[in-house]
Design a binder for this molecule. Structure first.
Ligand code: FAD
Length: 501
């Protein structure tokens, strides 16, 4: 007999942070949502270093902030870098950014098995019908080619059909559904890297207050991440150019080889042993992970997170982009399902904001990789900036904390007026504590600030600070020309109201 067909408002494919964000926000808005996940959680995933925008912005909007706080993850106050040709490491603290000054000046390093499970369980307790061990193996289309549902197979290999107004593809980098939105995946010409990673016990920690920082250390062939997950456990991965890694195997000796060529990480691991059992006992390899789809929505489908795009591990933007796009997608779906606006208007805003966030990080990370350029290259000389002012520094940290969009929902609306004064203080503190960027390698940051897109970001940051300083009461102007603004509860879009002077 033909299988029974269920009907819901939205089907979300994938139980990662992107999927749980969009599903939770849709359920909170009263929609019927089924979220399908092929694995049984906890399941392994890479992407352990998070940004404050995810913790203090999205997690708060989801209502899961307290559960995350109680989970005991390693607090991450910033990043430590040994980058460029200069041997001197430098730190940045999130406290330096105006959006995340004070309470929000940290993020976490997380074991994704735990973090993702908390979000998925929260999705279920928010009213989402979460089904694990259910693999989606295709979409269903109506006679005009619009996606109107999915087929999935449960743990007993029974096939099911679900019909929905929208299908959200949050199934990550291995998605086989994203093409049904009408676009295709384009791989980056610039980011063609390979990552090989594993786990160690007993690795050293940076001195306080930087002990929870991510350490990123460049060496001749690439760079290594060193992420303290607990007091004992450290995630270590080498990112190298694909061209230098053609015949790379997921073997301990390969990873060891890179560690041995990276003095600072070699030293950090001098008393450590590699974990060889359980989920963390495997050496893993990832490649072909830098791409973007040509369409983020279409035909009744919406792509969020890695199903849509990913750039590169440096600066830990993956979960930020996944959860932020989840928020944007939920707003657009809510706005259409409530009849408030057309698909084009609502999803145009989704795609516009999402692409903008992706693009600025893309440019920024490209510029960051360019710092490996030889110091006497023309490129380098032409862009040298010797003195960074504090505004630039704050803008830099706002960006790498995930506060670039200037969206209140990613920061803390209650702090918007206090932010400006707090930021000045935090900036002074942090600069004194860390030596800021006034080191040789700090100067090297300079050429990044002259990249046009990063300039734009900084101008926008300044405007944001100025708005905060005069007290905007949390009313945001549209981010895109002719675009929409978030509704008061942050869960949908609204037409901007003309402000009278
Ligand atoms: P995922 O977390 O991949 O979740 C997708 C889910 O969908 C999975 O649980 C999967 O089982 C499920 N699924 C897949 N197919 C189906 C199907 N057919 N049916 C049902 N379910 C399905 N990001 C950071 O923020 N910080 C970092 O430090 C960082 N480091 C990284 C290092 C490397 C080497 C790489 C490659 C990435 C890194 N990332 C990092 C990026 C991060 O891993 C991803 O951006 C993030 O996991 C994306 O979340 P997501 O929810 O989109 O997808």
């Amino acid at each position: 007999s033909a299988p029974a067909v269920e009907n819901v408002d939205v089907v979300v494919v994938g139980g990662g942070p992107g999927g749980s964000t969009v599903a939770t926000l849709l359920a909170k808005s009263g929609h019927r949502v089924i979220q399908l996940e092929k694995e049984t959680f906890p399941r392994y995933q890479i992407g352990e270093s998070l940004l404050p925008s995810t913790i203090h912005g999205v997690c708060r909007l989801l209502g899961v902030e307290e559960k995350i706080k109680d989970a005991g993850f390693m607090p991450k106050r910033g990043g430590s870098f040994r980058w460029g040709k200069n041997p001197v490491p430098w730190n940045f603290l999130f406290a330096i950014s105006p959006e995340f000054a004070g309470e929000g000046s940290y993020a976490y390093q997380v074991e994704r098995m735990k973090f993702d499970q908390i979000l998925l369980e929260h999705s279920a307790s928010s009213g989402v019908d979460v089904r694990q061990n259910c693999r989606v193996n295709g979409t269903e289309q109506d006679e005009r080619g619009r996606v109107v549902g999915v087929r999935y197979v449960d743990a007993d290999r029974v096939e099911h059909h679900v019909r929905a107004g929208y299908v959200v593809d949050a199934s990550g980098n291995t998605t086989r559904l994203s093409k049904h939105a009408g676009g295709e995946r384009i791989y980056s010409d610039f980011f063609q890297n390979v990552a090989i990673f594993g786990y160690f016990e007993g690795g050293k920690r940076l001195p306080a207050p930087d002990s929870g920082n991510i350490l990123c250390a460049a060496f001749d062939e690439g760079w290594i991440w060193y992420i303290p997950l607990t007091d004992e456990l450290t995630s270590v991965g080498a990112v190298i150019s694909k061209s230098k890694a053609d015949r790379l195997d997921a073997q301990e000796s390969t990873l060891r080889g890179y560690i041995d060529r990276c003095a600072i990480v070699k030293d950090m691991l001098s008393d450590a042993t590699r974990v060889t059992e359980g989920t963390y006992g495997q050496i893993r390899l990832r490649k072909d992970y830098s791409y973007a789809n040509t369409r983020f929505w279409g035909n009744g489908m919406v792509l969020v997170g890695d199903a849509a795009c990913f750039i590169d591990p440096v600066f830990s933007t993956g979960v930020h982009l996944a959860t932020y796009s989840g928020v944007l997608a939920a707003r657009s779906i809510n706005s259409v399902l409530s009849g408030a606006m057309s698909e084009e208007r609502a999803f145009g805003e989704f795609e516009g904001r999402y692409r903008r966030e992706y693009a600025v990080f893309y440019e920024f990370l490209s510029a960051f990789y360019d710092m490996e350029q030889s110091e006497d290259s023309y490129f380098w000389k032409a862009r040298r900036v010797t003195n960074l002012d504090r505004t630039d520094l704050a803008a830099f940290v706002s960006l790498v904390a995930g506060g670039y969009s200037g969206e209140d929902v990613l920061t803390d609306p209650d702090q918007i007026v206090e932010k400006f004064t707090a930021s000045t203080r935090a900036l002074t503190d942090a600069t004194e504590k860390t030596g800021g960027m006034d080191t040789g390698s700090g100067q090297r940051m300079g050429h990044m600030f002259s990249a046009p897109v990063v300039r734009d970001v900084m101008e926008e940051m300044n405007a944001l600070q100025a708005r905060s300083a005069v007290g905007s009461n949390g009313v945001e102007p549209p981010l895109l020309e002719g675009g929409l603004v978030p509704s008061a509860d942050g869960l949908a879009w609204a037409e901007p109201v003309a402000v009278t002077a």
